[in-house]
Design a protein around this ligand. Structure first.
Ligand SMILES: [Cu+2]
Length: 131
C-alpha cells in the first residue's frame, strides 16, 4: 500500500509541474480590448489585440478557434451574443461583429493557437456595451 500511495503522489507532482510549465508559455500572451466600450446593438464591433508581453508587440497570425461572448461579468453567464469574425485588418488585431442585446458588461472569451507557442492561449476580455 505504501508503494502504491507513493506512486500516486509522484504522478500528482508531475501533473502539477506540467500545468505550471504550460502556463509559463501561454501567459506570455494577452488579449486586450481595442476599445473597452462597444455599442449596444446588432452590429457592435468587438476588437481584441493579441500582445506578446515580453516585447509589447502585437502578434499577427493567431488562429482563434473558439470564442464565446457572454454576460458573466454581470452575473448572466448564460446570456450569449451571436458574433462572427470580420476580415483581417491591422496585423495582430482580431475583430468580430456581435449581436449585442443588452447594455452592460460582456466577457469575450477566446482560445487561440499562436505561431511558435505550443500551448493554447486563452483570453477573457471584458467590454462594456452602452446605448
Ligand atoms: Cu444580460
Amino acid at each position: 500500500m505504501i508503494g502504491k500511495n507513493s506512486r500516486v503522489a509522484a504522478l500528482a507532482g508531475l501533473a502539477a509541474f506540467s500545468t505550471h510549465a504550460a502556463l509559463a508559455g501561454a501567459t506570455d500572451y494577452e488579449f486586450q480590448p481595442v476599445s473597452a466600450h462597444i455599442k449596444n446593438n446588432a452590429a457592435a464591433e468587438v476588437g481584441v489585440r493579441l500582445i506578446d508581453k515580453r516585447t509589447g508587440k502585437a502578434v499577427p497570425g493567431a488562429v482563434i478557434f473558439r470564442t464565446q461572448l457572454d454576460m458573466s461579468p454581470d452575473g448572466m453567464g448564460e446570456m450569449l451574443a451571436i458574433h462572427e469574425a470580420l476580415p483581417p485588418g491591422e496585423p495582430g488585431v482580431y475583430r468580430y461583429k456581435a449581436d449585442i442585446t443588452m447594455a452592460g458588461n460582456w466577457a469575450f472569451r477566446l482560445q487561440a493557437k499562436v505561431p511558435g507557442e505550443p500551448e493554447t492561449v486563452e483570453g477573457n476580455v471584458v467590454f462594456t456595451a452602452k446605448d
